[in-house]
Design a protein around this ligand. Sequence first.
Ligand code: PLP
Ligand code: TYF
Length: 393
Amino acid sequence: MFHGLPAGQEDPIIALMLAFRGDTRPGKVDLGVGIYRDSEGATPVMSAVRKAEQHLAETQETKAYTALTGDPAFADALRKLTLGDAASADRIAFAGTPGGSGALRQAYELIARTAPDATVWLPDPSWPNHMAVLDYLQRPTRTYRYAAPEGELDRDAFFEDLASIPRGDVVLLHGCCHNPTGIDPAPEDWTRIAEILSQTGAVPLIDLAYQGFGTGLTEDAAGLRHLAKTLPEMLLCISCSKTFGLYRDRAGLLLALAANDADRTTLQSQLTLLNRNAFSFPPDHAGRLVSTVLADPVLKAEWEAELTAMRTRIRTLRDTFTAELRRLTNSDRFDRIASQNGMFSRLPLEPEAIRALREDHGIYLIGDGRMNVSGLTDETIPRVARAIAETTV
Ligand code: PLP
Ligand code: TYF
């Protein structure tokens, strides 16, 4: 049965993560896979999450099945965190999923059932898994122009392409902290996005994996909240991997906003069926940690303070790193890094320079030049900046 099966395509980000682990050189620097790192280079369990876990260990009386769409308290807590009061609960169907990846997968499955001919439009560039999974599912896809080579939003091209997307197609937008570029629409751009989509009737699918990593929890959700308020339909895929540090435990949620309660009821039955067909019940433990943290004012405040510290650290690293690159290269070539958002930026480097950084200096970037900014430390910034300056002379 298995003889002649072609090898599966590898995930380039995960392949690089494993290559880094296998590199025995001291002083190697991991700026590859998107995992938040603190000033020690560690990714500790967040303290509010650990307390919720201790509380759960002591008080949980059963691990019996919940529901096919997971714990409703988790969905409710995340709905409030992401959407605030932008959309009332009676418009929203939900499905708990294994991570944000699971939410995206279920969103694509839902689109295939409800609108089999709908093309899903992705930003150019986007997180590679978007295209990989849509291709695997044989869904029609196209890309829209998004990032200009200078590291800013290619505003005119973006809006021109957005306006050309027909009614019934789906537009995938990163809610904040665009992966891989760190380039986000400004608040007034979100207003324009909403205007265009309400004219064309294309439906937004928001991928939200970094709420709180950009400007703040509320600020990072303002754009998608505006869309939820303005448009009749929307899909929202939420990941708790970065925001609660729950990576391997897999907490995610798909929210589907419908135009009315009757549509919502049907949608809910479809999402329930999709979960049953895929895995029956989503993982519960990590989602319960999230709802425990968000329901307890003391734990919530502690979590927010931790998230703020993470965001502030990334901002400071961006400033320090950019200043060092400006000094060493005597150019403003890397200045955009300072104003980009979230964990990632894409360095304007040739593939040859990216290879040299890895092979000659043990500095790991993704092949397109994407770097995980949080992988830097005060100690490594001078060395990394010097290596980059050397490769670009
Ligand atoms: N979307 C984007 C843009 C991401 O960077 C990630 C990775 O963290 C995800 C979705 C989903 O992550 P996970 O499946 O680990 O929750
Ligand atoms: O972009 C990243 O590095 C993170 C982590 O298949 C990730 O989003 C990478 C690849 C993957 C799942 C998560």
